[in-house]
Design a protein around this ligand. Structure first.
Ligand code: NAD
Length: 444
């Protein structure tokens, strides 16, 4: 039987499943509901109706026991238990699922923490990106991806002094046509229900933010092509570069990367400016890899004396001073760590350690430390993007790139320096130090 929480909703004509978790008491509460009809005109969201409107004449709301019984009746009980297990493990606030049955859009909102945003005086109390997965992907893997990313967002927002808790949205659906008001309107409605502010992540174009705002659907999204401060990849690359120099200074006594070899995995919105705007200008030798051959060819052709290609399967085992993961997460685990031959790992990718909890991340970080590799958990230094998004959300027309870069320097450069020094003084890994420093603000 399909391991899905959405399948029972689809079969029972429901739209909503809420899983709430109180990490202090361990209590879990379920709610199932039918909150809109299948023929809702989502293209009219934000014009003819809002996210607080009641959209059905006779809404269905199921309590905890009824919802649990319904899921078990459809064979989803084990799957639910595994999902709740992950929610408990990461001390998450829960998950909110919305199903568009007519278009098969499966929207999952992963709530990690609202603590830092609950009194911020805004509609949005949590912040984190929106990521698309293909419809045929394994649902458990998608939900775990969202949970892990939402947890990292809580810490990233805390470390960057943002007045928001952490969350993430995952959507399983076919690629979204930005002129398709039915799909964009539905995503905007769901977003507004979450009380979060988001920005397009992998699988969604920055154009989604422009389509939602300019189409009058939702204002709780940032990072479009048309925003005042430009795409988030630039500030993220800047923060990673500054952190890399701090790590070099800590490790080798000089922040200069001139003459150093840096491997960059992934040449997208972050990896490309990291190479072109920073590493090449710094005088580093850069080895680049991407599953898409085009950016590799373009960068090597533009900078033949500094940039060279490296085969995809040699990225992790390449002998280099620095490895900068700027593509997928989950690349560092018991299998890959023994193969590494770099001195420092410092990159933009979220959740580089393959782990479901801070405890597991700290354990893997110790393995890196034992191999003599300087590493700190990514959320300490990849906050440039969220800083840019929050500048846009909080300051609107007054948003400025100067503010973003200044805050990025404070969070990513100064934050890395302080974290590395504190870790050395305490005799723990930088990853453990970062969790000690910021965990207290989220859970204390
Ligand atoms: P992107 O989608 O623009 O680029 C990712 C690039 O990696 C693409 O060119 C893709 O072809 C390539 N890629 C995918 N799998 C690969 C693999 N196995 N090996 C080599 N290349 C591969 O994404 P992005 O915005 O540049 O983000 C990169 C990473 O940084 C992601 O993990 C993202 O979550 C994280 N991040 C991004 C930002 C931001 O502001 N964009 C902020 C913080 C963290």
């Amino acid at each position: 039987m399909e391991q899905s929480l959405f399948a029972p909703l689809r079969e029972e004509g429901l739209t909503t499943l809420e899983i709430r978790h109180d990490w202090r008491s361990g209590r879990v509460a379920l709610r199932g509901a039918r909150e809109w009809p299948d023929d809702t005109a989502w293209a009219r969201y934000g014009k003819d109706f809002g996210y607080l409107d009641l959209l059905v004449d006779e809404p269905v709301h199921l309590g905890h026991r009824e919802t649990l019984a319904l899921l078990e009746r459809h064979g989803a009980g084990d799957h639910l238990a595994r999902v709740i297990g992950r929610i408990r493990e990461g001390r998450h606030e829960g998950m909110l699922l919305f199903l568009n049955r007519a278009r098969d859009i499966r929207f999952a909102y992963h709530m990690h923490s609202s603590r830092l945003g609950i009194r911020n005086g805004r509609h949005a109390i949590r912040a984190g990106g929106i990521r698309r997965h293909e419809p045929e992907e394994d649902e458990f893997g998608v939900l775990v991806d969202g949970l892990n990313l939402s947890r990292a967002m809580s810490y990233k927002n805390a470390a960057a002094h943002m007045p928001f808790g952490g969350s993430k949205i995952t959507v399983q659906c076919s690629p979204v046509d930005l002129d398709d008001g039915e799909a964009v309107g539905f995503l905007a409605y769901c977003l507004d229900r979450t009380r979060s502010v988001t920005g397009p992540d992998m699988g969604f174009s920055p154009g989604l933010a422009d389509a939602m705002k300019e189409g009058g659907y939702s204002w709780n999204i940032t990072g479009g092509f048309h925003n005042r401060i430009g795409p988030t990849g630039g500030p993220t690359a800047y923060g990673v570069f500054l952190a890399m120099k701090e790590a070099a200074a800590f490790r080798w006594g000089s922040p200069s990367l001139a003459g150093r070899t840096v491997v960059v995995q992934g040449l997208g919105a972050v990896g490309r400016p990291l190479v072109e705007e920073h590493l090449v200008k710094e005088g580093a030798t850069v080895l680049v890899a991407d599953v898409d051959p085009r950016p590799v060819e373009e960068l090597c052709a533009a900078h033949p004396d500094r940039v060279r290609p490296i085969p995809l399967d040699e990225v992790l085992s390449a002998e280099a001073d620095v490895l900068a993961p700027c593509a997928v997460g989950g690349i560092l685990d018991e299998d890959t760590i023994p193969r590494l031959r770099c001195g420092i790992i410092m990159g933009a990718a979220n959740n580089q350690l393959k782990a479901a909890s801070p405890e597991e991340e700290i354990r893997l970080a110790r393995l890196l430390d034992e191999r003599g590799i300087l590493f700190q958990v990514d959320w300490v230094h990849n906050a440039g993007g969220v800083i840019a998004g929050m500048e846009e959300y909080l300051r609107g027309e007054d948003a400025s790139l100067e503010n973003v870069l200044a805050q990025t320097e404070k969070a990513c450069r100064d934050g890395t320096r302080e974290n590395l020094r504190a870790a050395r003084a305490a005799g723990v890994t930088p990853t453990e130090m970062a969790y000690r420093t910021h965990g207290e603000r989220i859970f204390g």
